[in-house]
Design a protein around this ligand. Structure first.
Ligand SMILES: Cc1cc2nc3c(=O)[nH]c(=O)nc-3n(C[C@H](O)[C@H](O)[C@H](O)COP(=O)(O)O)c2cc1C
Length: 167
């Protein structure tokens, strides 16, 4: 099974979760940023797992990314803008045929979330959701991840591999 775990991550927390999910999925899985996940890299994927941070209760918008970029110097660790937003990536995702899953990293309880919009975008491109999105928690505004979250992510990857494998 070819599986791609694609992420948007400004401070590395979502990227670390994506790597752990890919490890749990097994040998056919690769974690990559929205820049590395080109149409050629995604072509033929049986499973696309996509994740982002939760910013202002939602999937990061270009507006909030621009605001963060404008104050990049004021953060304890510089945000990584080397890859586009997951929102943009989903808009450009070519049609495919496979299964989908979504995750987000976040700090608090929030009235909204990012995974609904992610699953909607994946479904529109032809990737059918396997189940509801998963949330992983960070301890502070920019991380680090809470204890145990990498292990949870790895276990979720293994669970997804079982769900996505026919028979
Ligand atoms: C501008 C900004 C807005 C945020 N908004 C929320 C939010 O609405 N709810 C929440 O739980 N966490 C919020 N957070 C915390 C992020 O979800 C956390 O920084 C994220 O997990 C970082 O992921 P990354 O390291 O992959 O970029 C916010 C952080 C920033 C910098």
């Amino acid at each position: 099974m070819k599986a791609i775990v694609v992420y948007e991550s400004l401070w590395g927390n979502t990227a670390a979760i994506a790597q752990a999910i890919a490890a749990g999925l097994g040998p056919g899985a690769t974690a990559m940023s929205t820049a590395a996940a080109t149409p050629a890299a995604v072509a033929g994927a049986d499973l696309v797992v996509a994740g982002s941070p939760l910013f202002a209760f939602q999937l990061p918008t270009e507006k909030i990314r621009a605001t963060i970029q404008g104050k990049a110097h004021s953060f304890p660790k510089p945000p990584d803008f080397s890859h586009p937003s997951l929102r943009f990536w989903l808009e450009k995702l070519p049609a495919g045929r496979g299964r989908a899953a979504a995750f987000e990293t976040r700090m608090w309880f929030s009235p909204g979330g990012a995974t609904g919009a992610i699953l909607k975008g994946l479904k529109k491109a032809g990737y059918e959701p396997l189940e509801r999105g998963r949330r992983f928690r960070v301890a502070g505004m920019y991380g680090p991840l809470k204890d145990g979250e990498l292990e949870r992510a790895r276990a979720w990857g293994t669970h997804l591999a079982r769900l996505a494998t026919p028979g």
